[in-house]
Design a protein around this ligand. Structure first.
Ligand code: HEC
Ligand code: HEC
Length: 440
């Protein structure tokens, strides 16, 4: 038996190779045409939603909320440029790099190299015919005005004067009289989220971000640009006022967070009683289909005992759902082969398959392999996973074999809350993060 085969479901490499691989992921052959590289990356990381040609007709389009736009129409919400114009490369770099908060579009920053991000920007532009005849708009000037009690008071008046509350409600909760009737430029219903939750801002929630949103508008939606309608001072006053409505200040959703592995000397029992030693991390969860509510984060702890990686995953769920029709559950995915590029977050792709370890309440653990949406094939490999529901929380402990020499392993998580309607691709998910094993 060769070393690499011993682990069964892993195709593995030696520690030296792993080091080489980590740099290989960052390596871009200089002769590669930027748009061609961008296309490869786009097909892997974007097409499941946006479709091969950007028409918004990917495999997941029917599930995803908010609706996936047809990029070829050249209407962009998130710009630094005036309403009706095209975004700059920096705007696209921000959107593709950071992802879009409050949507299942995760960013690639920290996962792909800067060259790869630039290639994605170039390829995305190539999908939009308008970029061939028109350049990007000219970014609006942003000259910050510091907050003051007077400015905030003015902001409150401006909010009333421009009837922001008709859509956003008196306190920005998203419950104005028009809120339920809003449609986008294609007649599809538009969600209007609370301005009091920092996680809901697609365009950023600092006063400068909000100022930019007010001056540029979100094209294609009922959220207009107020440039010309209000003075610069009124707009800053309003930006500070809206910012002051925010009641939470969560760290931004970040892909590529390090999940640090703790080492256990004794065997940990299956309910993870010795997990006190392992540092725990809450990773933000995002719904693929626009439902709000719990769970909005997944607690992850990782312990290495010998070659076994014990993952303890905890999330809030008021009611346990076991068995049919919609069981609660959790899944972890990792690249099958670290020699391959970082796989699609949506269950891998033919060039870069993923391994999936899934636990469903009432069914237990199963190992699968996938090369894209809807391709999951169950393996016969045994896999130990135990779940327990207690006081409004699921706690699941999984045992995954981790071969020697791994230092950084990409990992992404999915959670299903059957009681809230999650099922199949309708789920809560994280982006890719890194499991980090620091040499002892
Ligand atoms: C899970 C589905 C999904 C994936 C994967 C995804 N997107 Fe998106 N994307 C969306 C949705 C949904 C929107 C619209 C969000 C909204 O309207 O609020 C969007 C919007 C956009 C926009 C328009 C932003 C604007 O200003 O209006 C661009 C550009 C974009 N995506 C590029 C990409 C690229 C490039 C990738 C791959 C690196 C990608 N997306 C991956 C779902 C996805
Ligand atoms: C006709 C309805 C309507 C009016 C009036 C309106 N908005 Fe909006 N606003 C929207 C909608 C719809 C969205 C969400 C668009 C989306 O995410 O697709 C939005 C989004 C926003 C956002 C969040 C942007 C982000 O980053 O996601 C802010 C901030 C905002 N509006 C502030 C204001 C302020 C301040 C006013 C008053 C000057 C105002 N809006 C007036 C409909 C409206």
């Amino acid at each position: 038996m060769k070393g690499g085969e011993k682990m069964g479901w892993w195709r593995w490499t030696t520690p030296l190779m792993v080091a080489a691989l980590l740099s290989a992921w960052q390596f871009v052959p200089s002769q590669t045409d930027k748009v061609a590289l961008g296309r490869t990356l786009y097909l892997r990381h974007c097409a499941a939603c946006h479709g091969e040609r950007g028409k918004g007709d990917g495999q997941l389009t029917k599930v995803i909320v908010p609706p996936v736009p047809d990029l070829t129409e050249g209407v962009f919400k998130l710009r630094s440029t005036p309403s009706g114009t095209l975004p700059t490369d920096d705007d696209l770099r921000r959107v593709i790099g950071e992802g879009i908060p409050a949507t299942p579009m995760f960013g690639v920053k920290g996962l792909l190299s800067d060259e790869e991000l630039d290639a994605l920007v170039a390829f995305t532009k190539s999908l939009v015919p308008k970029f061939r005849t028109e350049g990007a708009g000219k970014p609006i000037a942003i000259n910050p005005m510091p907050p003051s009690p007077e400015l905030l008071a003015l902001g409150r008046q401006v909010y009333a004067k421009f009837q922001c509350s008709a859509c956003h409600g008196p306190q920005g909760d998203g419950n104005g009289p028009l809120a339920k009737t809003l449609r986008d430029s294609k007649g599809r219903p538009v969600r209007i989220l609370s301005l009091r939750d920092a996680r809901n801002y697609k365009n950023g929630y600092t006063p400068a971000d909000i100022y930019r949103t007010l001056m540029t508008g979100m094209d294609g939606t009922p959220m207009p640009s107020f440039a010309g309608a209000m003075s610069e001072r009124e707009a800053w006053a309003l930006a500070h006022f809206v910012h002051s409505l925010i009641v939470n200040n969560p760290p931004p959703r970040r892909e590529g967070t390090a999940i640090k592995v703790a080492f256990a000397s004794t065997t940990t029992n299956s309910q993870g009683d010795s997990y006190q030693d392992a540092s725990s991390l809450w990773l933000p969860l995002q719904s693929t289909w626009g439902r709000t509510g719990k769970p909005d984060a997944l607690q992850v702890q990782a312990i290495l005992t010998g070659r076994q990686l014990l993952l303890r995953l905890v999330w809030d769920d008021p009611t346990p759902n076991e068995g049919a029709p919609r069981p609660d559950g959790v899944a972890v995915q990792c690249p099958e082969d670290l020699m391959k590029p970082l796989p699609s977050l949506f269950w891998g792709d033919p060039q870069a398959p993923v391994r999936v370890w899934r636990w469903m309440a009432g069914r237990g653990g199963e190992v699968g392999r996938a090369t894209g949406v809807g391709t999951m094939r169950r393996q016969s490999t045994p896999f130990e996973a135990n779940g327990q529901w207690r006081q409004g929380q699921w706690s699941v402990v999984m045992k995954i074999p981790l071969p020697d020499g791994v230092q950084r392993l990409p990992m992404a998580f999915s959670v299903w809350d059957g009681g809230s309607g999650d099922e199949g691709e309708r789920r809560m998910m994280t982006g890719w993060h890194w499991l980090v094993v620091e040499p002892r």
